[in-house]
Design a protein around this ligand. Structure first.
Ligand code: WTA
Length: 631
């Protein structure tokens, strides 16, 4: 297995080596895996094109490294520990041996249904073991998985299926979420009505026994296709740079883009970061509460833990069902050692009061992690005091869908922690702060735009079907740099604090959303003439969505609800604006550009710093909008 950093000295030496000799460093990490053929070349890169290749010519299958490799030593250890939505239902332990067999069965079924290497398979599923099994089954046969978060609408699902030209959707009949039952298969049916011409089959896992409509031409039950299959399946031998998965994420313009990760580099990076950041020791119970629909679930529920032979807890439900103590009840029940969640969950649970965590024995916890958005100081301290009891390091991990794995983070027990600081780069990561004029900000105690100046194995390779967009979004702002889209601050000791996005991406409850994407959805309403969406500070969600909308004189009295509905239909409930203000005009420059800066200030109630509005064609509208701003 990849090296596990053991102390500060080790971190310093390893980091120094990873900068001086990145190829040697990563080659040593990679050599700890099973390869069918060693790579010809550790790294070739060009951040202008961009073109990055790691371990080119190397042959492998990631599932052999996740599963087969562990059988001899820990075949009977639990790989996944599944905790159902209903606390009265039993937890499920799946050993590495069982998981390998289930993955092989599913892989054989996919092959029988015509899925071949390189084909895309979309998942639209709740947090059940079959989601992980299906993902690994794709990787086993070289199919490319693309998981769509099950909170997205039929339209959003269809958009992703079409972009990926997927051949199959794997879903469940329904989804238990708290006390709600979500008709998952129905949403897939609706997506197929909208579009999804490329889909040949829908594989349906029976999860809730909800009634479903059935189309014999397309629909197949998971149990009838999978259960009869052999429990062995020869892994497809992949090139290190063959696609492993596509994951759609929001950017500042247009529709979400498919971030592409490849087999070899992603594998090495997911494992190396998991082992170092969580300091996982044999026998530990590790729990990441993310949904597998996001990158955190990919790298730190499935791949990182399995590659490391860990026990990864997977939870079907929500933090507040049946009550606000559920997370802590699960920590007590399974004696969780490493707990990794998002600030939005911490803030929501903090608001429910200390009595919830106080009811449970949380003494097994050794480490707390945070991910997905900046963690505010109050939430940091509450998490540290009430969950970690001030004796578990709290690590604030910064990274992105595009980075494949954690990039900047304290290392528990190794480096210090400071509230709200992601702190130090992991080995191999070379962050820099850039000034808007293209020069590097070298001083400490300074702010800048966060870029990375050297590739790491987990970096995205392209955006699916549109390489130009990848180049424009990430590699054009600064020459020879990967631009993250985030602004950051470096303190006097060199620790980094990530402040938030500097582009038109907002982060709502840890979900990334493009303001343009929400505007496009709002504009689908026939009575909407124009809209502008911005983020504003929100106590629980981190950021809320504020929409300014111009509507036609025919619009009904219920237009605000109708707008919410249209967004739910186009994207999903997570994108519903928190505040909608009907306006007569939007503040615009002479060239017709909406001045979002002003709208952001109004939405955030920062009226003192609105600044100069005289360059607008319609400066009067600013006052009008301020007067009408909903409280
Ligand atoms: C934000 C999630 C501050 C950031 C893994 C980034 C953070 C975006 C942190 C990526 C953190 C993530 N502190 N901000 N610890 N972690 N972010 O792609 O703005 O869903 O660019 O990946 O989340 O979101 P994504």
């Amino acid at each position: 297995m990849t090296h596990q950093l053991k102390d500060l000295q080790d971190y310093k030496e390893t980091y120094a080596r990873s900068i001086k000799d990145p190829e040697g460093f990563w080659a040593d990490e990679a050599a700890t895996f099973k390869w069918h053929k060693k790579w010809d070349n550790v790294l070739s890169w060009d951040f202008v094109k961009p073109d990055v290749k790691w371990f080119e010519g190397g042959k492998l299958n990631i599932t052999e490294n996740c599963l087969d490799r562990h059988i001899a030593e820990r075949g009977n250890h639990t790989a996944f520990l599944w905790e159902p939505n209903d606390p009265a239902s039993p937890s499920v332990h799946i050993s590495y041996r069982e998981l390998l067999e289930k993955v092989c069965q599913c892989a054989n079924a996919l092959k029988e249904l015509g899925i071949k290497k390189g084909d895309r398979v979309v998942f639209y599923m709740p947090m059940v073991p079959e989601l992980a099994i299906g993902i690994l089954a794709c990787a086993r046969i070289g199919a490319v998985h693309s998981v769509v978060f099950a909170g997205f609408s039929a339209q959003a699902l269809a958009d992703r299926v079409d972009d990926a030209q997927a051949k199959m959707i794997i879903c469940s009949d329904g989804n238990n979420r708290g006390n709600k039952l979500i008709p998952v298969k129905q949403i897939v049916d609706d997506a197929l009505e909208i579009s999804c011409q490329s889909i040949e089959h829908v594989l349906v896992h029976k999860n809730t026994r909800t009634d479903v409509n059935w189309n014999n031409q397309i629909d197949i039950w998971w149990h009838s296709a999978v259960d009869k299959q052999s429990v062995t399946c020869k892994p497809e031998i992949m090139d290190a740079e063959d696609l492993l998965f596509i994951l759609y994420t929001s950017g500042s313009t247009g529709k979400p883009k498919g971030v592409v990760h490849t087999c070899g580099g992603y594998m090495v990076y997911a494992c190396s970061t998991f082992r170092n950041v969580f300091q996982y020791q044999d026998g530990d119970i590790y729990w990441c509460t993310a949904d597998i629909g996001w990158i955190t679930g990919h790298s730190y529920i499935i791949y990182g833990p399995l590659l490391s032979g860990a026990t990864s807890l997977m939870f079907e439900g929500v933090p507040t069902y049946p009550d606000a103590g559920r997370f802590w009840q699960i920590c007590e029940k399974h004696k969780v050692n490493q707990f990794y969640t998002a600030p939005t969950a911490i803030r929501a649970l903090m608001a429910q009061g200390n009595e919830w965590p106080d009811k449970y024995d949380l003494s097994s916890i050794k480490l707390l992690g945070s991910v997905g958005e900046p963690i505010n100081e109050e939430a940091w301290h509450w998490y540290d005091e009430h969950i970690g009891k001030k004796n578990s390091p709290l690590i604030d991990t910064w990274w992105q869908t595009e980075t494949g794995g954690i990039m900047i983070t304290p290392l528990p027990g190794i480096t210090d922690t400071k509230p709200t600081f992601a702190s130090y780069p992991l080995p191999g990561i070379q962050p820099v702060l850039m000034n808007a004029d293209g020069t590097e900000e070298k001083n400490n105690n300074a702010e800048g735009l966060l870029c990375i100046k050297f590739p790491w194995p987990g970096i995205l390779r392209t955006t699916y079907g549109d390489h130009e967009r990848c180049k424009l979004t990430y590699f054009s702002a600064f020459k020879n740099m990967y631009f993250t889209g985030d602004g950051a601050r470096r303190d006097s000791d060199g620790r980094i604090r990530v402040i938030g996005r500097v582009d038109d991406v907002i982060n709502v409850s840890g979900h990334r959303m493009g303001t343009a994407e929400v505007e496009n959805a709002i504009d689908e309403h026939p009575e909407v003439i124009e809209s502008a969406v911005v983020g504003y500070p929100h106590d629980i969600k981190g950021q809320g969505i504020y929409a300014y909308v111009i509507v036609s004189h025919n619009a009904s009295n219920d237009i605000i609800n109708e707008i919410r509905k249209v967004v739910t239909k186009e994207i999903g409930p997570i994108a519903k604006p928190d505040k909608i203000q009907i306006v007569s005009e939007l503040p615009k420059t002479r060239s017709g550009k909406i001045m979002r800066r002003i709208l952001r200030k109004i939405a955030s109630n920062e009226l003192d710093t609105i600044g100069d509005v005289s360059t607008l064609v319609n400066p009067d509208v600013v006052d009008e909008i301020i007067k009408g701003a909903p409280i």
